[in-house]
Design a binder for this molecule. Structure first.
Ligand code: PLP
Length: 429
């Protein structure tokens, strides 16, 4: 299973890698930010582009020998622009956090006011959390969801924008299951002369597939990771209007990064090509259908779904009615091979290391070919695991059922399948 040279050079890392393949293969991954990259993406990531220094941009590098780097970076840029309908793309950010930092660096000065979604309501650390650089360098006004509906409170956002006149409104979330009304946020921003940054890290794959609204026309900047629903290598991109192209490019390099990760950029190009395929579109559509079905099955089993459901690949479960915490639930499910993460729910009374909720996402299980019947199986496994106090014999039986379900939908990332993703070859045409 594991590459030969690695086993000979470093048996310890090779063993960990082999164990990781088994873990990924035999775990039901419901972590909403994780996915399985295709073999083609892994090949580009593990390629000799890792050896290349290419500071600068295609045609304007600070090193020689960049012709092939130029080719893959230009492919990544053109494909990203096409997929999202953007005027300009920068494909060099090493991560989603770097992409957001670069936009702030390009447009803001320390002390400026920004509006961002509260982390505890579904926002991201880089949207202004006090412990993050964004919360330390800028005056952050958090907005959130409505207490009753648990939907984004646009009236509050409007009020806060008029009161604080921010330079930038950051929209987008890591744990919000509903469509975000970008046209409305654009109107609010225009009223107060603010810029809009849409952080689509989570929903980028859904948008690329055309099964979720695209905010590009309503935002000055769009940032996204490439490794979540988009199913590419770890990394990120920034999309923007042409008039901000220069400011964004120089904020990324030389503003905050040195040499680009050319192997990751090559893999981004590959992932973007895959994202234009029909098989990718089908998978993203099924990801949403699967999330809705899983949420419904869990609700039928007595769990409370935050905001009553989902429009996306993820949803939040409020565990308070079951007298469980997010932490206990995460741990219990982990022992039977179901991976998810504890998550705060809006207005959560628990501490962030405990949490009253969990976040559940369907990208990974959908990529490995699971459909509505498997969502019902997963719901049953989750409900049975949470039904009673942990007990070794019961846990072992549940674990066996999890492994059987996983093996019926194999990932085989090394030996595997070609095409647009591990699921593609498994699907009858
Ligand atoms: C995941 C995520 C990021 C950050 O991505 P990293 O690559 O982990 O830095 C940024 N914004 C949102 C909304 C995210 O969900």
């Amino acid at each position: 299973m594991v590459p030969e040279a690695l086993s000979q050079t470093d048996p310890e890392v090779a063993a960990a890698l082999e164990a990781e393949v088994t873990r990924q293969s035999d775990t039901l991954v419901l972590i909403a930010s994780e996915n399985y990259a295709s073999r083609a993406v892994l090949e580009a990531t593990g390629s000799v582009f890792t050896n290349k220094y290419a500071e600068g941009y295609p045609g304007r590098r600070y090193y020689g020998g960049c012709e092939n780097s130029d080719t893959v970076e230009r492919l990544a840029i053109e494909r990203a622009k096409k997929i999202f309908g953007a005027e300009h793309a920068n494909v060099q950010p090493h991560s989603g956090s770097q992409a957001n930092t670069a936009v702030y660096m390009a447009m803001l000065t320390p002390g400026d006011t920004i509006l961002g979604m509260d982390l505890s309501h579904g926002g991201h650390l880089t949207h202004g959390h006090p412990l993050n650089f964004s919360g330390r360098f800028f005056k952050v006004i958090p907005y959130g969801v409505h207490r009753e509906t648990e939907l984004l409170d646009y009236d509050q956002l409007d009020r806060l924008a008029r009161q604080h006149r921010p330079k930038l409104i950051v929209a987008g979330a890591s744990a919000y299951a509903r469509i975000i009304d970008y046209p409305r946020i654009r109107r609010i921003a225009d009223e107060v002369g603010a810029l809009v940054m849409a952080d689509i890290a989570h929903v980028a794959g859904l948008i690329a597939a055309g099964v979720h609204p695209n905010p590009t026309a309503f935002a000055d900047f769009v940032t996204t990771t490439t490794h979540k629903t988009l199913r590419g290598p770890r990394g990120a991109i920034i999309l923007c209007r042409e008039r901000y192209a220069k400011a964004i490019d120089s904020a990324v390099f030389p503003g905050m990064q040195g040499g680009p990760l050319m192997h990751a950029i090559a893999a981004k190009a590959v992932a973007f090509r895959e994202a234009m395929s029909d098989a990718f579109r089908d998978d993203q559509k099924r990801t949403i259908e699967n999330a809705a079905a899983l949420a419904q099955a869990l609700a039928a089993g007595g769990l409370r779904i935050v905001s009553g459901g989902t429009d996306t690949h993820l949803f939040l479960v409020d565990l308070r009615p079951r007298r469980l915490t997010g932490r206990t639930t995460e741990q219990r499910l982990d022992r039977v091979g179901i991976a998810l993460n504890k998550n705060t729910i809006p207005f959560d009374p628990e501490k962030p290391m405990i949490c009253s909720g969990v976040r559940i996402g369907t990208p990974a299980v959908t990529t490995r070919g699971m459909r509505l019947p498997q969502m019902r199986d997963i719901a049953k496994l989750v409900l049975e695991t949470l039904e009673a106090e942990p007990e070794a014999r019961r846990e072992a039986a549940l674990r066996e059922r999890v492994v059987a379900l996983c093996r019926a939908h194999p990932i085989d990332p090394w030996l595997g399948r070609r095409g647009t993703g591990p699921a593609a070859a498994a699907r009858p045409s």
